[in-house]
Design a binder for this molecule. Structure first.
Ligand SMILES: C[S@@+](CC[C@H](N)C(=O)[O-])C[C@H]1O[C@@H](n2cnc3c(N)ncnc32)[C@H](O)[C@@H]1O
Length: 343
């Protein structure tokens, strides 16, 4: 078998191959980081025993099915319900703050069943910094942690939609981009449905969820999941929002129809723009920027920024950042990378 270090990424064939794949699939490869694309290519080349891009190029041309396999390896669909639970916690806090509800009044997004370990881990890492010589980094960390993003709630379009006059009140629009197989938009819907059941006059809301991957969108429509994507969900949400079927391979979870009706799925390549003309109050965009090349990033961010209402929130989550700002987007939560679009 070919070893990854022996694979040759011959330059001429790199462009030729991507041009060919782009024509066949419509995917804009130039939007992605080169090393990300190369890793995917190498993984496929190993599978089909090609040690040069030259040989892989001809292999792809002669095997139409390989295009689909390459695309499968290219789309990293991993997701799970309530991925990075704290991000969803903060999202819910914004809603409650805009509604002027105190958490103690109602049952909110409950801790996931498997969270104990990771909470202890983060406490330990805090302690390590505290004990270390590096007091200044500890102080910096504490300042960041104590920053209260919720102070900005009154500046959000969410607040205006909830508290405005009847004319400015309206449906709260949320976009999950990319949504993979639906775990993220359904998590959002679960949180809001749970609040809606407990809070009178809860605003209407609609979630648009988009992804480039047709299979992922089809899976999202069906809404049937394996146990491995259910680790960050609480027992309460699991029991209330899924029909659980046991078989010899473990449990399977089917999302409730009630939750499904809040979400509309669309298949689209975001690098070509968004199909909907509507503007959003909240956009979740997690685990996509990491794949996008530096040059294409701004183009992509312009699309996202354009789709946000003034006062809208962009939620990038734990792993991606725009640092302190990008054009009209200002950082308001540095733990969960939440940005507010300034009017
Ligand atoms: C790791 S998943 C992230 C899902 C979800 N946001 C989460 O945080 O769990 C990344 C998704 O990006 C999608 N994707 C990659 N390139 C895309 C593009 N150009 N347009 C839309 N979606 C894309 C992939 O198909 C994949 O489902």
């Amino acid at each position: 078998m070919i070893k990854i270090e022996n694979i040759q990424m011959d330059g001429d064939y790199y462009s030729l191959l991507l041009e060919y794949l782009s024509n066949k699939t419509g995917l804009n490869f130039e939007y992605y980081r080169r090393n990300f694309v190369e890793r995917r290519l190498k993984a496929r080349m190993i599978r089909v025993n090609c040690s040069t891009l030259h040989s892989y190029y001809y292999y792809v041309k002669g095997n139409i099915l390989e295009i689909e396999k390459f695309l499968d390896s290219f789309n990293i669909n991993y997701s799970c319900f309530f991925r990075n639970w704290e991000v969803f916690q903060q999202f819910e806090n914004f809603f409650l703050k805009c509604l002027d509800y105190k958490k103690k009044d109602i049952l909110t997004n409950l801790k996931p069943k498997s969270k104990k370990g990771s909470i202890k881990k983060s406490r330990d890492s805090l302690k390590n910094i505290e004990n270390s010589e590096n007091r200044s980094s500890y102080r910096k960390l504490m300042t960041i942690r104590s920053q209260n993003a919720l102070e900005f709630s009154e500046k959000t379009s969410l607040y205006r939609k909830i508290n405005g006059t009847s004319r400015s009140k309206g449906i709260v629009n949320i976009w999950s981009c990319p949504c993979a197989s639906g775990e993220e938009p359904y998590s959002i819907a679960i949180i809001l449905d749970n609040l809606k059941k407990q809070i009178p006059e809860f605003p209407q809301f609609k979630i648009i969820a988009s992804d480039i991957d047709k299979d992922a969108i089809n899976k999202a429509h069906i809404g049937l999941y394996n146990e491995n994507v259910m680790q960050e969900i609480s027992r309460f949400n699991e029991g209330n929002y899924f029909i659980i079927a046991e078989n010899r391979f473990g449990n399977r979870y089917l999302i409730n129809e009630d939750v499904k009706r809040y979400v509309e799925f669309i298949e689209e390549d975001i690098t070509n723009g968004h199909k909907k003309t509507k503007k959003y109050d909240i956009i979740f965009c997690r685990y996509l920027l990491i794949y996008i090349s530096r040059e294409a990033r701004n183009n992509f961010l312009d699309i996202i920024e354009k789709q946000l209402n003034p006062g809208g929130l962009l939620i990038l989550g734990k792993t991606e950042t725009l640092f302190n700002s990008y054009n009209t987007l200002k950082l308001i939560d540095s733990r969960n990378h939440i940005y507010l679009k300034i009017n």
